[in-house]
Design a binder for this molecule. Structure first.
Ligand SMILES: Cc1cc2nc3c(=O)[nH]c(=O)nc-3n(C[C@H](O)[C@H](O)[C@H](O)COP(=O)(O)OP(=O)(O)OC[C@H]3O[C@@H](n4cnc5c(N)ncnc54)[C@H](O)[C@@H]3O)c2cc1C
Length: 385
């Protein structure tokens, strides 16, 4: 193992791959990405639904989406690499009058920042996704520029681009410790299962597993893992024609067309903190399926062809933790995306590269630094799907 780099990126999910590419593009020196698995994107990225949208309740998430969604949609034309992509929109259905006023206020904010978000009526919805249960529906919003893209395609695409720029991507290397100088004021490299590597800068993009590594250099990250399931159905008569991602905001149940069936998921009513990713068939039967059939009744006739679970990386305010760490020179964080890290990976990669190279980033993410938790400056995001 070469024992020196200018920047080490830990973690080869969507985030690490994008950061590595953007560091390479910024000519940030000798860049090494270390991933412990035998392939990239086997963490949360590989379990992800691949959705991207502008409909968030915090301004900073909307600003990140405005940049990032454009980068996803233009990935193929910009870089000449394939990326499976559908832009059939995101539809939020609201069934509570009190929630509707907050939802509309968020849509107004989204539009004021430049996002296309429309209030739509029952006739529009029926035309878009026939067969939805509209009982008690008080309103709905539609983001026509939102959609779904292939997480593996984006991750491996960025990795290909990074390699072309000379980034050294090493698989099967488990980082065990982030090493600091004797006085603990700066990072000096990492210890790994393949030996020691020195570097003045370490970017931690290790998903839900970042907390253990951060602790190895005395940094506490408020990121907890929560299991989320995805179920894919067999073809059925009422399967929607478009791939529009539909969200029932009362339950946060969501689905979109996948093959001739649908892909669907929902947060559990009582989330538990766990690294466990075994499928909980009882939860699927008792919680997910009844809600699924109540939202799209034709699902009654569908079978299940695939199911899996993965981990959301939740922070107390459901926003990412980005940027340098006060009191520890050389450590940069990119984690805690709270279930929307795939879609923000392109722009966060660019922002991290800018922060490392001292360039003003396209979106000011100072409010997302780790220190906000100690200062009580939490932000709040309620559109966690
Ligand atoms: C079911 C589900 C659905 C989702 N749907 C969406 C969606 O529709 N849209 C969206 O934007 N987001 C979605 N997400 C969230 C999204 O998947 C994550 O936010 C995103 O993938 C985080 O990317 P990451 O690169 O930070 O983390 P990860 O993909 O988890 O990558 C971290 C990597 O670090 C590696 N690693 C960890 N520790 C070490 C170590 N010590 N040494 C070396 N390597 C290490 C891991 O092996 C892993 O490859 C979903 C998540 C789940 C679980």
């Amino acid at each position: 193992m070469t024992d020196r780099a200018d920047v080490i990126v830990v973690g080869g999910g969507a985030m690490g791959a994008s950061i590595a590419y953007h560091l390479g593009a910024a000519r940030a020196g000798r860049i090494v990405l270390l991933e412990r698995e035998s392939a990239l994107g086997l963490g949360s990225t590989g379990r992800c639904a691949g959705g991207f949208r502008h409909q968030f309740t915090s301004e900073i998430n909307v600003r990140l989406s405005l940049e990032s969604v454009r980068m996803i949609r233009e990935f193929s034309s910009t870089h000449g690499l394939p990326l499976d992509l559908s832009v059939d929109g995101y539809l939020f259905l609201v069934r509570d009058a009190s929630a509707w006023s907050e939802h509309r206020a968020a849509a107004t904010m989204q539009r004021s920042l430049g996002a296309r978000v429309e209030e739509v009526d029952a006739a529009f919805i029926t035309g878009l996704v026939p067969g939805l249960n509209m009982e008690e529906m008080v309103g709905a919003t539609f983001g026509p520029d939102d959609g779904i893209a292939d997480p593996s395609g984006l991750t491996n695409g960025y990795a290909t681009l990074a390699r072309r720029l000379g980034v050294d991507i090493r698989l099967g290397v488990d980082v065990t410790t982030i090493v600091t100088a004797g006085d603990g004021s700066s990072v000096t490299g990492v210890e790994t299962t393949a030996g020691r590597m020195d570097a003045p800068i370490v970017v931690l993009a290790a998903g839900v597993w970042a907390t253990a590594l951060a602790r190895s250099c005395g940094v506490e990250l408020p990121i907890v893992p929560e299991r989320r399931h995805i179920v894919v159905t067999s073809p059925f008569a009422g399967s929607p024609g478009r791939r529009t991602l539909v969200i029932d905001t009362r339950t946060m149940f969501y689905f979109h067309r996948e093959g001739e069936g649908v892909l669907m998921g929902m947060p559990p009513r009582d989330p538990v903190v766990t690294f466990e990713t075994a499928v909980d068939d009882r939860w699927i039967a008792d919680e997910l399926l009844p809600v699924a059939v109540s939202v799209l009744p034709s699902l009654e006739d569908a079978g299940i062809v695939a199911k899996w679970s993965g981990l959301y990386e939740m922070t107390p305010d459901h926003h990412a933790i980005l940027g340098p760490v006060e009191g520890l020179d050389g450590l940069y964080l990119a984690g805690g995306f709270s279930g929307h890290g795939f879609q923000h990976a392109p722009i966060v990669g660019k922002i991290l590269a800018d922060l490392v190279t001292g360039t003003p980033p396209p979106v000011d993410v100072a409010a997302l630094r780790l220190e906000r938790f100690d200062r009580g400056e939490l932000i709040g995001e309620s559109h966690v799907v």
